[in-house]
Design a protein around this ligand. Structure first.
Ligand SMILES: NC(=O)c1ccc[n+]([C@@H]2O[C@H](COP(=O)([O-])OP(=O)(O)OC[C@H]3O[C@@H](n4cnc5c(N)ncnc54)[C@H](OP(=O)(O)O)[C@@H]3O)[C@@H](O)[C@H]2O)c1
Length: 235
């Protein structure tokens, strides 16, 4: 029996490290993103989750790959868009695009994967510190990450009795392209971001990958919102 991790956005950042971590543990890994995952032996499915209509092709590949090997499945909703915006001037087009990737895609993928969720399988949502608080200038991201917690809690309830578990893992400042796009790529920007953590450093994406693997193997975490942020200094 083959175990499968299906990870959105494993072409870089946290998703790429999660793909590497699951592979080292012997899981088969499928990446769903626009660019391929650089980790060897990962099955890449090139999909733009912002453009509706991808479900038929993903469903077909899932059937071809998972249909033959009903081991555990871990679906990791990791891909996300982050944009600087403002709750009082959001454009519909921009908000729809963010919600399409950050919320609609996870919900549609859940439906596609549901039939393959054997005992011990899991659905992991990658939230954010901003799943439970807001900062200025990130309204669409904050809104979508709060919604992800609601989707995870609903997932927990709607999977009752199936022995499939779900967790929302909420990273803090993690050293990836998304973080650099958000706070700036200069050394000064990185240093001032690191200084906002109680440990005085950024989180390595590998650390979040470890938490994801732990959650995939730990059903008692079912329904939990798990913050993995090194402790942020509140100002
Ligand atoms: N880094 C942080 O500080 C931080 C903090 C809190 C939470 N998080 C969360 O952690 C997760 C991973 O973040 P990251 O920092 O690793 O981000 P990242 O480096 O920007 O990677 C984002 C991934 O999402 C994929 N993606 C984006 N748009 C997509 C689309 N339209 N269709 C398909 N895939 C798409 C990208 O793949 P392609 O470009 O190849 O499509 C990429 O692999 C996200 O959910 C993020 O919100 C990150």
């Amino acid at each position: 029996m083959a175990d499968w991790a299906i990870i959105t956005g494993a072409s870089r950042g946290i998703g790429r490290e999660a793909a590497a971590r699951f592979r080292r543990e012997g899981w088969n890994v499928m990446n769903i993103s626009r660019q391929p995952c650089p980790v060897p032996d990962v099955l890449n499915l090139t999909v733009d989750l912002a453009v509706p209509g991808w479900e038929a092709r993903v469903g077909q590949v899932l059937g071809e790959s998972l249909g033959r090997a009903p081991g555990r499945v871990c679906l990791v909703h990791n891909a996300a868009l982050y944009g600087h915006d403002d709750a009082l001037s959001l454009s519909g087009e921009h908000l729809r695009r963010v919600l399409e990737v950050n919320i609609v895609a996870p919900a549609l993928l859940n439906a596609l994967v549901r039939g393959y969720l054997t005992d011990g399988s899991s659905i992991l949502y990658v939230g954010s510190t901003l799943s439970e608080k807001a900062v200025r200038g990130a309204a669409s991201y904050v809104t979508s990450k709060h919604a992800l917690v609601g989707l995870m809690r609903s997932t927990c309830q709607d999977l009752a009795g199936t022995r499939v578990h779900t967790v929302c893992i909420c990273p803090g400042f993690t050293d990836t392209e998304m973080m650099r796009e958000s706070v700036g790529a200069s050394e000064a920007a990185r240093a001032s971001t690191a200084a906002r953590q109680t440990f005085g450093r950024l989180i390595a994406p590998e650390e979040i990958a470890d938490v994801l693997l732990y959650c995939a193997q730990t059903p008692v975490m079912n329904g939990a919102v798990l913050h993995a942020n090194l402790g942020q200094i509140e100002t």
